[in-house]
Every structure is written in structure tokens, then in C-alpha cells.
Design a protein around this ligand. Sequence first.
Ligand code: NAP
Length: 538
Amino acid sequence: MNPTGNPSPTGDSFPNGPAPLTGHSLLAGREVPGTGDAWYAVAAATGEPFGPPHRDASTEQVAEAARLAAADSRAFRALPPEQRAAFLDACAEEIETLGDALLELAAQESGLPPARLTGERARTCGQLRLFADLVRSGTALGARIDTGPSGTDVRLRRIPLGPVAVFGASNFPLAFSVAGGDTASALAAGCPVVVKSHPAHPGTGEAVARAVTTAAARTGMPAGVFSLLVGRDHDVGLALVGDPRITAVGFTGSRAGGLALITAGRSRPVPIPVHAEMSAVNPVIMLDGALARPEQAAAPYVASLTAGAGQFCTNPGLLLLPAGPAGDAFLSAVAQAMKATEGQVMLTPDIARAYTEGVRRWEDVPGVREVARGTAGAGPYTPAPVVLECDAATYTAHEDLTGEVFGAAGLVVRWSGTDELLHLLEELEGQLTATLHGTDADRSTALGLLPVLEERAGRVLWGGWPTGVEVCHAMVHGGPWPATSSPGATSVGTLAVERWLRPVCYQSFPDTLLPSELRDDNPLRAPRQTGAGLIQGA
Ligand code: NAP
């Protein structure tokens, strides 16, 4: 029963799925009811509660999850790479086994359309398999063998840090949540994971956690390798980050949430790294050549801005457009495309409210004018997309304009001359992405801007739109503060594994005492960097 007194719309079970949902935490494969007050999943479209009651994990349960993770940490990292890879593959298979029921539940909780969630599931499972391949390849071990100037035998490999706490974001209930990139990369590194479930999609989180737990049992993992903690109160997450057995944190979400956890991680007696992927406005710079065909440039901008109700961390929230007639023509085309848009269901009622307040904050700044607005969708949490405009001086003078408004709101800032454009870029905070639109004729301007863009963003695009993030070896989804707290890292792509590893050097060790990947006969066939260059698996 939900708080309305009626049976919950989907019953208290996972619709058509293999295992009933309980609303409990999962500690090393064991179901543990929480001790906090009952709360419920909320249907994003209506704001109605549904599903089983969820109760936050107690402080003791948080500590128990960390203890179990630490207890099995050494056993997990000692497993042969093939077994760890098989576990990651099995996680993907078990998530797929949940079928469309998982997508239906995620759609009800998040308001995201089934097509988007289908793609997100594929990305999540593809990501798990990519990390499985990485484990098999042995490259993450980072083995190096060399002789120092004095002839000393020196060998290096990377070992996992230990138990990792993971916090996912509301806007990717699969790909940046329970079995998302942070979890996949930490498990690939050999770190047990304790996830703090996201209260915006608690049922989806539980279903995926069960899939991971099944995969762990099926592939012979030590049980403490994975736990899920139910937590709507911030105390649950803060207790987890504060637990002395947690060695690192992966966070995806808002700047406020990231800052709270970074502070918690830093203020422990033993500080730990908190890899927080936070928000950005992802500047898109329109150079003169890009404005030759305004309609062709405007429609994809509006499509990228409004996709998924604009709820992407890579949403192009800031567009830098030349002042003058060519820019005006582009903006007219934007207005036309924008007026045809309709608001979509946002992830939670609170996020819809925050969007409306954020747009109002922008509108209240003197010098900001509306370019165009779409129409609100049906239902209470479907606010209208909007594009606003101001000049460069207004933008740089008002801090309220520089932050993210999470949703389909775009700010267009008009610039006059490359000096002003450069000044705008120099003033920007760290970003996840920066995009240049132009033609060959803009080559020298682009080359002049590139050093600033590289310094400001983790990913620089030539043409296209930043909202799609390719999961592959060369992707960087990161960037300087405050886009992330770890400018040297990425949370998407195989490089993400490095956040959870630490190099250890073995000096003058006899071969028989060395880890396999550093032995002379290299039984794991791990690639190794040697004094003679990179040796591939020999
Ligand atoms: P959020 O409110 O920060 O929540 C993320 C997680 O952190 C949740 O589990 C949340 O739990 C927890 N949390 C938040 N504040 C906390 C605090 N003060 N103490 C302890 N735990 C706290 O973010 P969201 O609304 O889910 O996601 C939307 C945001 O994420 C947007 O800003 C978007 O741009 C960003 N995002 C970034 C990326 C990226 O890769 N950089 C990717 C996706 C989304 P509670 O819900 O209980 O507060």
C-alpha cells in the first residue's frame, strides 16, 4: 500500500519481472529492511507515489555494507582477470534478462521515454562489456618493467584502492546509476562497490542491484563485492563517505551534491578522493562560417537543447553567437524551431520546479530577453523549453547567468569581435564540453580559440552537438573544476578505471615473489612498458 491508502499502481512487485521489489537494501547479496520512515517511489508524470515502501538504511547497516566490502576486498582483487571479466559480462546479461519490465519501471519513475531508456540500457550493458574486455586485455594493470640508472630492477603495476562508494544521478537511471560507469569501472579495477541508491528511481536501482547480485553469485564472486543502500536522507550517503573502510567515491549529480560529498571526503581523518562529475553549461561557439545557412544550424541546436527535456549534463546551455545580421537570422530560425517544441515530463517534481525557478532567475536579470518559448506539455511537470538572449557585458556582469539551469533552457550570448569572444571564454568556468561551429574559412579564428577551449573543457567538438557521449577508449567525460573535482580523470570510457587504481613499485624482487603480470614469463600475457618500449602480451 502507498500513502494514499490504495494498493500501489504497479503492485508491490517488479512488473512482469523475475523478483518482487521489496524496498530493502541489499548487503552482500542479503536483503536487509531499513529502519527509517517509509517513503515511496514517485511517478514522474503525476507526482503520485507507488510501489513498495522504502526505508533508509540505518547507520549500522551502512557500516555493515562497508565492512563486508572491505572484508572481501582482498579476495576480489586476487581473482584471475578472466573471472572478474566474466562477472562484468554476467552483470550485462542479468540486466538484459530483466527485459522490458525494467524499462517500464524506469520510465514510470523517471518520466524518460521507453526509446531513450532502451538506448540507455544498451549503453549500460555495452559499457559493462567494454570494461570486461579491458580487464581481459590486462592494459589497466599498467605493468612497467625497467632498470634504473644504477642497474636496479624496478617493476610497477597498479592495484585497486579498495571499497568504492558510488552515487548515481537522476537523469541516467541506468547508465549513471547502480550498474553505470562508476560501478563498472570500479569493479573492473578490482574494487568492491557500495552504491547509495538514488531516491528518484529506487525501484530501478533495486532491480539492477538484484541483477548485479545474481551475476556475482553466478560467477563465484565474494559476496561483499557489491551492496546497495537505500537512502533518501543525506545522512545515509554522508555516513557511507565517512566510513573509514571506503577508499574512494564516484559521484554523478549536481554541484551542490558533489560539493557536500567532496567536503565529507576531505574532512575525514583519512581523506579520500571523491571523483565528482557535476554540472556544466557546455558552450557552443558559432563562428561566422556556421551562419551561412541559418535554418540548417538552428534546428539541430534546438533538438539538442530540448532532447530528453534538456536533462543532460552535456546540454548546450550556452551558445555564443556573433552580433549582427547573420546572428540575427540564426536566432530567427531558432525562434521558429523553438516555438514548435513542447515540454516533456521532467525527472522529478522538484527538478521541474527548480527548472522553472532557474529560468525565472535568468529572466529577472536586466538585459536578458526572450528569443522564443515552446509550449508546456500535458501534465503538471512538463514546463516549456525556452531560449533567452543577452549581450556579452550582461553575461559577464551577472553571476546568476553563468550556472546550469537543468532542463531545456538555452542562453544565447552575443559577441562582437574575437577579442570579446576570447574574453568570454577566458571568463568561463571549467566545462565538460566546448563546441566550435564553423567552416574552413574560420580556421585561423578556431586555432586562436583552441588553447582556451582545451583549458576550459574535457571534450572539444568541431561541429555537431555535445549531448551524445560515445563510450569508448578515447572518450573524456570530465573537465576542470567545477565540471568535475578530478580534472585528470574521466567518468566515461575505459580511462575511467584509472580513478580506482594506485601504482605500486616492486624493487629488486625475486621473480617468484612478483605478481603474475610482472614475472619474467608473463603468464597473463599482460602488455608491459619496458626499457625497450611497449611489449604487447609477450
Ligand atoms: P543530485 O541531486 O546531486 O543527486 C545525486 C546523488 O547525490 C543522489 O543520490 C543524492 O541523494 C545525493 N546527494 C545530493 N546532495 C547530497 C548531499 N548534500 N549530501 C549527500 N548526498 C547528496 O543530482 P541529480 O538531480 O540526481 O542529477 C542532476 C544533476 O546531475 C544535473 O546537475 C546534471 O547536470 C548532473 N549530471 C552530471 C553528469 C556528469 O557526468 N557530469 C551526468 C549526469 C547528470 P538525494 O537525492 O537523496 O539528495
